[in-house]
Write a protein that binds this ligand. Structure first.
Ligand code: NAP
Ligand code: GCO
Length: 265
């Protein structure tokens, strides 16, 4: 076992939407392991925020404005990265949104928007990077799935449908491109304290913890919300040569919540 197998020296990693949150934490870990970091975002404001965040951590990241749902933009972005940085060795499909709306109140447009970003986006981005990976003879694609790739809950129908689909897209990319030494795996974070879940952790008017916050902590054997940093080790493993025979798997990083039926009331 060579511990250098966990290094990413000289590798080019594109982490979509990695301005803050989970994507940013994964990029930090990859930079520490030697990777060149590239991220995309939706507008100038996010681009500057991202560059400032990376600069504050001493990371020389390159950022570009491109929408993961726009195939033309992502194809052009990948070509620009290949010219300016190098062929992409690692893609993390991190960009994603959630809309918490009961199905009967959710418009088809809202449903489509969530699926477009959370499922079509990863398809578009994987399709853009695969040719370069095939040519190079190796590649790593890591899809940020969710516990909702396995479970449903009220108000997240679009998100669960998209993340369930992302689990199967992960298995299909594995099946179709494994022969080119390309590994495609997923990470399924549990409940992680980021801006995306901030509404579920808001203090109540009386200062008490949000009922959902209390529910999740009780349902999680680890007895806490996850942090974006909890995902760094698993993400590094799946991006490194240490996982070259791991393909089509979803690695749940959830504090044990998926394994646990919950305490008797
Ligand atoms: P977040 O804080 O909301 O960050 C998501 C990032 O994606 C934002 O920077 C967002 O840009 C960007 N983005 C959204 N749509 C985009 C598009 N069309 N093109 C490019 N970038 C886009 O989310 P997070 O909590 O870090 O989650 C990151 C990923 O992990 C998501 O896929 C999420 O579903 C998944 N996940 C999160 C949790 C959790 O508990 N937090 C658990 C499981 C899975 P803006 O800043 O412009 O909105
Ligand atoms: C929700 C949460 C979850 C988490 C995550 C769990 O509203 O239930 O946002 O969906 O974001 O996906 O793995």
């Amino acid at each position: 076992m060579d511990m250098n197998d966990f290094r990413l020296d000289g590798k080019v990693a594109l982490i979509t939407g990695a301005v803050y949150g989970i994507g940013f934490a994964i990029a930090e870990a990859y930079a520490a392991a030697g990777a060149k970091i590239v991220f995309n975002c939706l507008d100038e404001k996010s681009l500057q925020m991202g560059l400032d965040n990376y600069h504050a951590k001493g990371i020389d990241a390159k950022g570009y404005i491109a929408d993961v749902t726009n195939e033309e933009q992502m194809q052009a972005l990948v070509k620009q990265i290949e010219e300016e940085v190098g062929t992409i060795d690692i893609l993390v499909n991190n960009a994603g949104i959630i809309k918490r709306i009961p199905m009967l109140e959710m418009s088809a447009e809202d449903f489509r928007k969530v699926v477009d970003i959370d499922l079509n986006g990863p398809f578009i981005c994987a399709k853009a990077v695969l040719p370069g990976m095939i040519k190079k003879g190796h590649g790593k694609i890591i899809n940020i799935c969710s516990m909702m790739s396995e479970l449903g809950r009220e108000t997240v129908s679009a998100y669960a449908a998209a993340k369930g689909g992302l689990k199967m897209l992960t298995k299909n990319i594995c099946s179709e491109y494994g022969e080119y030494n390309i590994q495609c795996n997923g990470i399924g974070p549990g409940y992680i304290a980021t801006p995306q879940t901030a509404p579920l952790r808001e203090r109540q008017p009386d200062g008490s913890r949000h009922p959902f916050d209390q529910f999740i902590v009780a349902k999680t054997p680890a007895g806490r919300w996850g942090t974006a940093e909890d995902l760094q080790g698993p993400a590094l493993f799946l991006a490194s040569d240490a996982s070259n025979f791991v393909n089509g798997q979803i690695l749940y990083v959830d504090g044990g919540i998926l394994a646990y039926i919950g305490k008797q009331p």
